[in-house]
Design a protein around this ligand. Structure first.
Ligand SMILES: Cc1ncc(COP(=O)(O)O)c(C=O)c1O
Length: 417
């Protein structure tokens, strides 16, 4: 069958579809040790909360009301209103419901936004998305209608005590050329767990304003919800910022609810795209979020339950890793947020892609690092020395995976000597 150019680009295997396939099979194959995809943890307190909230919404008719009606293309009005009021009251942002649109997962919002702000323009310029700090989220990599939509900047690497390191935006090498249409950064970052500092955010904001382009901040893991952040970081928004949020890492990935907070022109554009592509975003996630906002639970559960759960889990998992993998074999990016650990095998004689294959053969799924460098030339050795693991599964499962990882690392070194 002959596909269109669009078909050839979007129907082929991409990094993200391979990952989601692994995730689906890994989650459902008995015995598989799934440290791959980005599924959030099942936090018992949150699962119970959702169950009782859904039961209540089923009894009082709110669930059928949302299931049996379309919302408008901008998303559920009552939720937009309630969220705008809460953000205004709690964070002091000057926003109204006109500054928020919903999407079917934030993943689809990135597709809209990248292709709205980058690609071929009427002035003849082909504009690009700039990632100021690679590694960056694999889900961005194939989201451009045009090839070569992304450029990225290599990070500065700061070595820290205890076998840890941290990436920083390298402002000495970062160039915002005239063909950049938007600067995009995830904060906290998937895959590394990095949280770019307030100072870095302000610097990027200034650069974006100087070049008359928006700064897109992907806040899928951040504050005020779901609150998976373990370091000092101030929530940031202004009229030049597009802040993308999601209900997924709150524990509701199946609702496919993304939230875009931006100036009215961007929100109107997103809303119109929603109309064409999906008529309206799904209503179940927003209906749940609305009830959580009404009960003042959205931010408080994030702060008091979700954040502390992941903080404790990541500390436990680092202890497990260190029991089997010493610092000279494996460096770990300082875990400041998100649900991943980013492992750097500096001197490993095999590539992370080969390590991925060997681990997969033994039933352990992790993600090889090279997927996370969209916009960076593939011959940068560092891109092939890292692996991402999801630390959300139960520690007993993680330990089994780490034992196998340590064996494979040992074997690779032995074979090379
Ligand atoms: C950084 C980041 N942004 C966006 C997404 C997309 O999430 P969703 O489409 O479920 O909102 C993910 C999912 O893992 C992510 O890690």
């Amino acid at each position: 069958m002959i596909f269109s150019k669009f078909g050839n680009k979007f129907a082929k295997h991409s990094g993200i579809s391979l990952l989601m396939k692994d995730l689906n099979e890994g989650l459902r194959t008995p015995g598989a040790i799934m440290l791959g995809g980005g599924n959030p943890a099942h936090i018992p307190e949150m699962d119970n909360y959702f169950q009782s909230l859904l039961t209540e919404m089923n009894q009082n008719g709110l669930l059928t009301d949302t299931l049996c009606n379309y919302d408008g293309p901008q998303g559920k009005d009552t939720m937009l209103q309630a969220l705008a009021e809460t953000l205004k009251a709690q964070l002091g942002w000057d926003i109204s419901a006109k500054n928020i649109a919903l999407s079917n997962g934030s993943q689809s919002a990135f597709f809209y936004l990248f292709n709205l702000l980058a690609g071929h323009f009427d002035d003849g310029i082909k504009r690009k998305v700039l990632f100021p700090l690679a590694p960056e989220y694999v889900g961005y990599a194939d989201a451009g209608l045009d090839d070569d939509l992304f450029v990225a900047n290599k990070p500065q690497i700061e070595l820290l005590p205890d076998g840890q390191f941290k990436y920083h935006v390298d402002f000495n090498t970062l160039q915002v050329t005239d063909d950049i249409g938007v600067i995009c950064v995830s904060r906290p970052t998937n895959p590394t767990g990095n949280v770019i500092t307030d100072e870095e955010v302000h610097h990027l904001d200034k650069l974006a304003k100087q070049h008359n382009i928006p700064l897109l901040i992907d806040n899928a893991y951040g504050i005020p919800f779901p609150g998976i952040i373990f370091t000092e970081a101030t929530p940031f928004w202004n009229e030049n910022v597009i802040l993308c949020m999601s209900l997924s890492k709150l524990g509701l990935p199946g609702t496919r609810c993304g939230i875009i907070i931006a100036n009215e022109e961007i929100i109107e554009a997103v809303s119109n795209m929603n109309g064409i592509i999906s008529l309206a975003p799904g209503g179940v996630g927003p209906a749940l979020a609305l009830e959580m906002l009404r009960r003042n639970d959205l931010m408080s559960l994030s702060k008091d339950v979700i954040g502390p759960f992941y903080k404790q889990r990541v500390e436990q998992v680092i202890d497990i890793i260190r029991r089997y993998l010493p610092e000279d074999k494996c460096l770990i990016h300082k875990p400041e947020g998100a649900i991943f650990l980013w492992l750097w095998f500096k001197d490993l004689p095999i590539s992370s892609a080969e390590l991925y294959r060997r681990l997969k053969q033994r039933g352990v799924l992790m993600v090889p690092g090279h997927f996370f460098f969209p916009g960076i030339e593939q011959d940068w050795p560092h891109a092939h020395q890292c692996m991402r693991m999801n630390y959300a599964p139960e520690p007993e499962i993680i330990e089994k995976g780490i034992v196998i990882l340590a064996e494979e690392i040992e074997l690779a070194f032995k074979k090379a000597n």
